[in-house]
Design a protein around this ligand. Structure first.
Ligand SMILES: *Cc1c(COP(=O)(O)O)cnc(C)c1O
Length: 387
């Protein structure tokens, strides 16, 4: 079945639920066992209802749905996307290990690597996401993980994942991939050599800017280690939140199609603006990452970057402060549009980020495109007036 069908059918079973279309929200801490033997024999595991912290059928329904959509061997939910990243790294690493991380990685991931991992005795190096040779050169006998995010969520470079995976696997390292931007619909990581994915389900999977969640998926061999890692850290998700993500999954395909279509149209419109130096969007044929994006991805979500021509801080503030539809705030992936300033040069160590002027990140939501363009047009008028 195709993804548009899968998102409407996975994770629900009306026949087992009095014909009710959606699964129930099952909340629990205590699970009662009928006999002493049953109580003592029970072990937590995928799909096993044992104790509330390990999940209820609502949790398992979401985990199975996401694993199936992504082509993974298993999935485990965590309380936030950052939690998914931390749980993965702590589950798979120990003192003395080494990790190679793409330089365009989500800044809080870099913070965890530079502080928590280093404190735990794990060595960390960064590489240029556009130079797989740097992965080759950076590999050590103790390198356990090569960590990627593609496209990078501020600068949108596309990495040759297949090439990096070949290099990592040849030296016995795992490839961990942050698939938040593309979601399981637009990038199928297990077809490209990835071993583990992390998701901020807070973004498109949740889709409505009202919950926090992370999901870790993996090949079947690694899944038990990751589930155990999440359990060792005492991480747990609320069945209500899992239910909300399951509910949002039903519209994920139509939402993403609209985010993609509107995103590309706005990116093209921005390319024509005299105030804009460059648009950072891999679905544009002019983008340096376009060929790889086309080879590997099934679509583009609504998040991309732009570089303005030189403009003062006050002029950018005048533009952003007056936006009517584009909100200013962290996060993305909800139904609403967002526009924020970004400073990619401040979160890199292995590469330089050269810009002509101020950088912005735009999330194109589900509003009517004409209204979004009118809002941006008025914003550029304020930018010009304040210059
Ligand atoms: C937001 C985000 C995360 C972290 O997710 P939270 O749910 O906010 O903790 C991780 N990776 C990427 C690419 C993100 O954009």
């Amino acid at each position: 079945m195709r993804d548009a069908t899968l998102v409407t059918t996975l994770g629900r079973d009306p026949e087992q639920n009095d014909g009710i279309v959606n699964p129930p929200i099952q909340r629990a801490s205590t699970i009662l066992f009928p006999t002493m033997d049953a109580l003592l024999a029970a072990r937590p595991g995928p799909g096993v209802v044992n104790y509330g912290r390990y999940g209820t059928p609502t949790t398992f329904a979401l985990e199975e749905a996401v694993a199936t959509l992504e082509g993974a061997g298993g999935a485990v939910t965590v309380g936030s996307g950052k939690g998914a990243i931390v749980a993965t790294l702590l589950a798979l690493l120990q003192a003395g290990d080494h990790v190679l991380i793409a330089d365009n990685v989500y800044q809080p991931t870099r913070h965890t690597a530079d502080h928590l991992l280093k404190r735990m005795g794990v060595a960390v190096d960064y590489f240029d996401p556009l130079q797989p040779e740097q992965v080759e050169a950076g590999m050590r006998p103790e390198t356990r993980i090569v960590y990627l995010e593609s496209p990078g969520s501020l600068t949108f470079e596309v990495t040759d994942v297949k090439r990096v995976a070949e290099i990592a696997h040849a030296r016995g390292a795992l490839v961990v991939f942050d698939n938040t931007w593309a979601t399981p619909l637009f990038f199928k990581p297990y077809e490209h050599g990835v071993d583990v994915t992390v998701h901020a389900a807070t973004k498109y999977l949740g889709g409505h800017s009202d919950l926090m969640m992370g999901i870790v998926t993996s090949t079947p061999e690694i899944h038990p280690r990751l589930r155990q890692g999440v359990q060792d850290l005492g991480m747990s998700t609320s069945p209500e939140d899992c239910w909300l993500v399951l509910r949002a999954l039903r519209t994920l395909e139509v939402r993403l199609q609209r985010h993609m279509e509107s995103g590309i149209r706005i990116a093209r419109w921005l390319q024509e603006r005299p105030e804009v130096a460059r648009v950072l969007h891999p679905a544009l044929p002019e983008d340096p990452g376009h060929a790889l994006w086309k080879r590997d991805f099934k679509g583009a979500s609504g998040l991309f970057g732009l570089v303005l021509k030189p403009a003062s801080r006050d002029a950018v503030a005048a533009m952003l402060n007056g936006m009517k539809l584009f909100g200013m705030g962290w996060s993305w992936g909800g139904y609403e549009s967002l526009l924020i300033p970004t400073f990619p040069q401040t979160t890199r160590s292995a590469t330089e980020w050269q810009t002509e002027g101020p950088c912005l990140r735009i999330h194109v939501g589900l509003e009517a495109i004409e209204d979004l363009i009118a809002d941006l047009e008025a914003g550029f008028a304020r930018l010009g007036a304040a210059a």
